[in-house]
Design a protein around this ligand. Structure first.
Ligand code: MG
Length: 282
């Protein structure tokens, strides 16, 4: 068992998200979320060796995030069309890929696989809602046999839609990775209210900040360094305490085209997280 609210950072080997292991080590974090390597890299990666590299750096991988070929976060309409298990044309092949990532997670010695499932239909009577529920149940059941939890990343739907979807899937190993900035980026609701609504389902969090778009839900908001966006982090931390959240706090700052600035901003975020943690937990 580790201490609660251990700071961490989002990392990847080749996916272009988060930071490299070496940067995470320099930053002095003790936990990380790892974006799963792409299919070709993954098949040639020895998970035990990768787990050892993290362990030798003093870092525990707490969630492995799945991503799929053909996904693009270019703008909100493109996200709707390309992300997760929602696009029908690629659903079956992505379920196969996701199961391979769940096995990879297990081989790494980690117990959670996270993903953006995509834009869940907001109306339960939508023709595809039940198909998506069935697909998610299949993934959860596969994961459960391996002792793996599934964490759905927030943001692409308001809290009430996400809760209805979780209830419909009805699997005890299905959880939420709560990312307050995504609620703002996608225009899906006030993050603190959403965190309170989803509280019983939250098993991991991203510490990421963002500013609202002037057309919420239509165009992206803007990701910012932690503490400079519209997430009220002191309230966020108080809420985490109130809901008895005890997992790690994983910093996500997507700025891979400017790695030095990214590292500097994550170091700033770490400082703030330690300050807010001390203030909240006393
Ligand atoms: Mg995130």
């Amino acid at each position: 068992m580790t201490s609660p609210w251990e700071p961490g950072v989002f990392t990847s080997v080749d996916a272009g998200f988060g930071v490299k292991l070496e940067v995470a080590q320099d930053l002095g974090v003790t936990t990380a979320h790892l974006h799963a390597p792409h299919g070709s890299t993954r098949s040639s990666t020895d998970p035990a060796a990768l787990a050892r590299r993290f362990a030798e750096a003093g870092i525990r991988i707490t969630v492995v995030f799945a991503g799929f070929d053909g996904e693009s976060y270019a703008d909100i309409p493109t996200v709707v069309e390309t992300i997760g298990l929602v696009p029908k044309a690629t659903r079956n092949e992505r379920i196969v890929e996701l199961k391979s990532i769940i096995d990879f997670t297990n081989a790494l010695g980690c117990d959670a696989t996270g993903l953006h499932i995509g834009f869940v239909p907001h109306d339960e009577n939508h023709g595809d809602f039940q198909d998506l529920v069935t697909a998610t149940q299949d993934v959860c059941d596969f994961a459960k046999q391996r002792g793996i939890h599934i964490h759905l990343e927030t943001g692409q739907e308001p809290a009430d839609v996400l809760l209805r979807f979780l209830d419909a899937v009805d699997r005890e190993n299905l959880w939420v990775n709560f990312d307050p900035a995504n609620m703002i980026l996608y225009g899906c609701g006030e993050p603190i209210e959403a965190l309170q609504a989803i509280r019983a389902r939250v098993r991991s969090v991203h510490c990421k900040d963002a500013k609202w778009s002037d057309q919420p839900g239509k165009t992206w908001g803007e990701e910012t360094p932690l503490g400079q966006g519209d997430v009220d982090f002191e309230a966020f931390f108080r809420t985490l305490k109130n809901i008895h959240y005890s997992g790690p706090l994983t910093i996500e700052r997507e700025l891979s085209e400017e790695p030095e600035r990214q590292k500097e901003e994550i170091a700033g975020a770490l400082h703030l997280i330690r300050e807010w943690t001390a203030k909240t937990l006393g």
